[in-house]
Design a protein around this ligand. Structure first.
Ligand code: G3H
Ligand code: 13P
Ligand code: ZN
Length: 283
């Protein structure tokens, strides 16, 4: 059943669990996510990144996600991940997305407020939920020192002002995670998370969650994270399964035989995430 992001995340916020937001790029990924959600009775968010939209096109992503959501018994939201362009955000809304992210984190604070506010105004008018980002969530290639990193973490005072002025439905915060594979073990700033949750009392989002140890994820959920973005771990499952299959079956050339095991491998990884996040049986 297709629902808004707010509907899913308000429940998670009230009851203290998190919902997985998994990046989709093709049909097999959409199916793996939906099957995992159905088998675990979990609400779920299908999200499309800039790269995903460039690869598949917004119409294809929207059509696949809508079919999946409408056929599913569990609540499903369709979300734009890291939106930066106003026209693209409107296009996603027109194509049936029920949640959009405006990522104004590269802008100075006041400008981030201004661009976010503009998106909230039009998205809310269309009944679509909005995620924004405050602070900077790194890529793993970022060669910056710990002190510099600290300065990019979300400031609780700024967060309070930001939410008040923009009216966003959920906020992505920077507390030490980064997109892509980690070189060492990520160290999350749990005190900062706790303070932000107490001050904001709203759904919070964790990006760059692949590769974060299970105990850290569980602690982050217990302290108020309600949406957990996962992309890299799905890619790794896909990649591993395809490579294994091709290596063991060098003569098989049917794409369905090659991609079928990959879909299964992604589904198992996603079910594991749903269990850790606490979304099982919350549908
Ligand atoms: O948020 C970033 C996603 O994990 C990956 O983005 O599909 O544009 O490479 P991409
Ligand atoms: P990972 O690729 O590190 O899981 O990050 C995903 C993400 O945050 C998408 O917005
Ligand atoms: Zn992200």
């Amino acid at each position: 059943m297709l629902v808004t992001g707010k509907e899913i995340l308000q429940d998670a916020h009230k009851k203290g669990y998190a919902v997985g937001a998994f990046n989709v790029n093709n049909m097999e990924i959409v199916q793996a996510i939906i099957q995992a959600a159905e088998e675990t009775n979990s609400p779920v968010i299908l999200q499309a990144s800039q790269g995903g939209l460039k690869y598949a096109g917004v119409e294809y992503i929207a059509a696949m996600a809508k079919v999946a959501a409408e056929k599913a018994k569990v609540p499903v939201a369709i979300h734009l991940d890291h939106g930066t362009d106003f026209t693209q955000i409107v296009k996603c809304i027109r194509n049936g997305f029920t949640s959009v992210m405006i990522d104004g984190s590269k802008h100075p604070f006041e400008e981030n407020i201004a661009v976010t506010k503009k998106v909230v105004e039009i998205a809310h008018a269309a009944g679509v939920s909005v995620e924004a980002e405050l602070g900077k969530i790194g890529g793993t290639e970022d060669d910056i020192t710990v002190d510099e990193k600290d300065a990019t973490f979300t400031d609780p005072d700024e967060a309070e002002k930001f939410v008040k002025e923009t009216g966003v439905d959920y906020l992505a915060i920077a507390i030490g995670t980064a997109h892509g594979p980690y070189k060492g073990e990520p160290k999350l700033d749990f005190d900062r998370l706790k303070t932000i949750k107490e001050r904001l009392n709203m759904p919070l989002v964790l990006h760059g969650s692949s590769g974060v140890p299970e105990e850290s994820i569980k602690k982050a959920v217990s302290l108020g994270i309600n949406k957990i973005n996962i992309d890299t771990d799905i890619r790794l499952a896909f990649n591993g399964a395809v490579r294994d299959f091709v290596k063991n079956n060098p003569d098989v050339y049917d794409p369905r035989k090659i991609l079928g095991p990959a879909r299964e491998a992604m589904k198992e990884v996603i079910k594991g995430k749903m269990t850790i996040f606490g979304s099982v049986d919350r549908a």
